[in-house]
Design a binder for this molecule. Structure first.
Ligand SMILES: [Zn+2]
Length: 275
């Protein structure tokens, strides 16, 4: 994060709710600027243009709609039928190997659909699709969406939340198909719910953290909140920093529940099946 220095082109910027500016360029983290872009000795907005044709705007609005509808449907079905936990990964009366294959296929297909949503909705006009990086050690894929920081609210929400929208759509479909009964659809619902819970931990570098920063309209909200926690904050913390700290605390708690709901219950079910 920096302020007031001259920037080499090409950069694009947008005014944040805090009155400061966010600047992005290909392959860098977003930079926070305290001066208006006009004062920068840079030619701005050459790449990463936020302006989009009507079709892309419509796709963005539709994906935000899917995010809301699928959240409501999934919440209703989870309340009606209970949630598929680690035990759901092993369907009763089904060979272990078949369950394992189904889990792997559901996880891989789900990941590909998730990243595709980020890539398609995060595509800037006249640019190729943003790249997704796969971490071989953690098997986590991540699409670079830095350039979307300068986009208007709806397309930005769609690019950041598109992966989650796809997950929620798959979850509601699988929950509907399963109707609360154990089987393949219930297994897919369990894998997808696990992915969603995993993504909603803002104390890690997940979609949850990026969505939090985006909703606070501050790419530095988590770093600043951590500074507040360590007593190293420059200036007074705002509501958004306290909100970020609360969200990170909730994420930490969620991580504990995930370990129990999926880890421990899977082991218990394995012991039950083996016994
Ligand atoms: Zn994602």
């Amino acid at each position: 994060m920096t302020s007031g220095r001259s920037l080499d082109p090409p950069w694009a910027t947008r005014r944040l709710r805090s009155g400061m500016f966010v600047g992005v360029r290909d392959g860098t983290a977003p930079v926070i600027l305290q001066v208006p872009p006009g004062e920068l000795t840079a030619s701005l907005g050459q790449t990463c243009v936020p302006s989009r044709p009507w079709a892309a705007g419509l796709a963005s609005a539709a994906s935000v709609g899917v995010l809301l509808v699928a959240t409501a449907t999934s919440a209703w079905l989870l309340a009606a039928h209970g949630y598929p936990d680690g035990a759901a990964l092993l369907a009763p009366g089904q060979p272990l190997a078949l369950s394992l294959v189904l889990v792997i296929v559901a996880a891989v297909v789900g990941s590909v659909l998730h990243e595709l949503a980020h890539m398609v909705l995060g595509r800037a006009r006249g640019q190729s699709l943003p790249r997704a990086k796969v971490n071989g050690r953690t098997a986590v894929a991540r699409t670079n969406l830095t350039h979307t920081w300068v986009w208007p609210f709806i397309p930005r929400t769609a690019a950041f939340g598109g992966g989650l929208a796809v997950d929620l759509a798959v979850l509601s479909g699988a929950l509907l198909a399963a109707g609360g009964r154990p089987g393949a659809a219930w297994l897919v619902a369990s894998v997808t719910l696990l992915r969603i819970a995993w993504q909603l931990r803002p104390h890690r570098r997940t979609d949850g953290r990026f969505l939090l920063a985006h909703l606070c309209d501050d790419p530095a909200v988590v770093t600043t909140a951590m500074g507040v926690l360590r007593g190293r904050a420059l200036g007074r913390p705002g509501i958004r920093h306290l909100l970020a700290l609360a969200a990170m605390g909730a994420g930490l708690l969620l991580e504990g529940f995930i370990t129990y709901w999926w880890g421990w219950r899977l082991v218990a079910q394995l012991l039950h099946v083996a016994g």
